[in-house]
Write a protein that binds this ligand. Structure first.
Ligand SMILES: CC(C)(COP(=O)(O)OP(=O)(O)OC[C@H]1O[C@@H](n2cnc3c(N)ncnc32)[C@H](O)[C@@H]1OP(=O)(O)O)[C@@H](O)C(=O)NCCC(=O)NCCS
Length: 154
């Protein structure tokens, strides 16, 4: 059984390790994760085993765009041996519910153009690819696709 709930500052070191295990160059720093955990404009959810071991997390942020609040999936990862059993789908659903409760109707995210697995995952969750590509978006110079989901249309 996997539990899905809000992460707190007590999870800081475990989340830092999870980021390192899932991403190489692009892993979030401890300082950034700490800021996201304490900022009321962001939301961090964890997927954990009954033992408390964190096996996945999702980080969302919100911002105003033309006086409308827009949500953003800032980070999502699941440990390798726990993939393809629906954990990320449930994390996305949990964050989307949190966004909805904050009155948000549109969610955006950036995904590496090389990361076709994640693009297929987000498509499965109902996200659509925008035509524009963000060139040189990542530290290693690779590009990003923007994907969006509009709740008011679904
Ligand atoms: C992308 C990621 C979060 C998916 O996590 P997950 O828990 O395996 O996803 P789910 O089990 O909920 O997948 C649901 C569906 O999405 C699709 N999907 C998920 N991973 C996929 C992949 N690598 N390739 C193709 N389709 C994929 C499938 O349709 C899957 O359904 P299925 O199991 O019936 O085939 C995970 O692979 C991961 O952490 N990757 C490394 C970090 C990353 O790339 N994060 C996203 C960019 S920020």
């Amino acid at each position: 059984m996997v539990n899905y709930c809000k992460a707190t500052l007590l999870d800081l070191f475990a989340l830092e390790q999870l980021e390192k295990d899932c991403f190489q160059a692009e892993a979030f720093s401890r300082r950034l994760i700490k800021n996201l955990l304490i900022n009321s404009k962001s939301a961090v959810f964890k997927a954990a085993e009954p033992t408390g071991k964190i096996i996945g997390n999702i980080i969302g942020t919100t911002k105003k765009e033309n006086s409308t609040s827009v949500g953003r999936i800032f980070s999502l990862c699941v440990l390798g041996q726990y993939r393809k059993i629906g954990i990320a789908s449930q994390l996305v659903k949990t964050l989307e519910e949190e966004f909805s409760s904050r009155g948000i109707k549109k969610v955006k995210l950036e995904v590496n153009t090389n990361n076709t697995g994640a693009q297929r995952f987000y498509k499965h969750c109902g996200y659509l690819k925008s035509p524009a590509v963000l060139h040189n978006y990542y530290r290693d110079g690779s590009d990003a696709h923007v994907m969006t989901k509009d709740f008011s249309r679904s």
